[in-house]
Design a protein around this ligand. Structure first.
Ligand code: KIV
Length: 271
């Protein structure tokens, strides 16, 4: 019997047990009640209420504009939908980088107002004070290294990170610092597979990859991307499990046709 099929509610301890048993962790983003209900019922281990909501839900070009209150709205909708998945909530840009006391009060606000189970912060040693303070309040923290989209204006582009040795060494040091601080897991985004595998083998906590190859402890994708809702985004790391853009287009066009022709509603669809 696998660790994860046995549990009523996935916890941070379940994820560690899965890593220890060599079982892979599944994670998807979720932003709203209806989608989260299906993701949870399907048995996905972790739902990340990602600040990618800024892109896929609100249409912003980057993750920077989304606010703490908007993240809380999305996360509380997801929490109401889920019975089993562990729910991790992204702390938005500006809510933890400046001052560790503010970081703690924002993390507490997220936990109180959403009912989520953990928070995720982007960065390594430069935000360790905020992470330490949040952890002292008993709030589980997931780290995020590699391509960290809140720093897009520093990076300049969304290309693969840590290809050069200097950045790779810094990433390993950051991962060790997050582990030592007490983070329960780390997301590695868009880095070479060989480096990600090395981190997963060096670090004892679960490493979840996105565009980081198969040698890590689990995978995460943005749900709209893997469903093929966004037909303009096809990076190499993305596997599309559906083509909902086309399927939805067909459904909407059929509806328009039926309304215009007077075919909908028929006599069985009225009172
Ligand atoms: O916001 C998000 O969706 C994320 C994932 C890409 C890991 O941080």
């Amino acid at each position: 019997m696998s660790v994860h099929s046995n549990v009523k509610r996935v916890t941070t301890h379940t994820l560690q047990a899965m890593k220890n048993a060599g079982q892979k962790i599944s994670m998807l983003t979720g932003y709203d009640f209806s989608m989260a209900r299906i993701i949870d019922a399907a048995g996905v281990d972790v739902i990340l209420v990602g600040d990618s909501a800024s892109n896929v839900m609100a249409g912003h070009e980057t993750t920077l504009p989304i606010t703490l209150d908007q993240m809380i709205y999305h996360a509380s909708s997801v929490v109401r939908a889920c019975k089993r998945s562990l729910i991790v909530v992204d702390m938005p840009f500006g809510s933890y980088q400046g001052n560790s006391k503010e970081a703690l009060s924002n993390a507490i606000k997220i936990m109180k107002e959403t009912g989520g189970h953990a928070v995720k912060l982007e960065g390594g040693q430069e935000i360790i004070e905020s992470i330490n303070r949040i952890l002292t309040a008993g709030i589980p923290v997931m780290g995020h290294l590699g391509l960290t989209p809140q720093s897009i204006y520093k990076f300049g582009t969304y290309v693969v990170r840590a290809k050069e040795e200097e950045e790779a060494i810094r990433l390993i040091e950051d991962a060790k610092a997050l582990e030592a601080a007490g983070c329960f897991a780390i997301v590695l985004e868009k880095i070479p597979a060989e480096l990600a595998t090395k981190v997963a083998q060096t670090i004892s906590i679960p490493i979840i990859g996105i565009g980081a190859g198969n040698g890590v402890d689990g995978q995460v994708l943005v749900v709209h991307d893997m469903l093929g809702i966004n037909n303009e985004f096809s990076p190499r790391f993305l596997r599309k499990y559906n083509n909902l853009y086309e399927q939805m287009m067909i459904a909407f066009q059929e509806y328009i046709k039926d309304v215009k022709s007077g075919d909908f509603p028929n006599e069985n669809e009225q009172y």
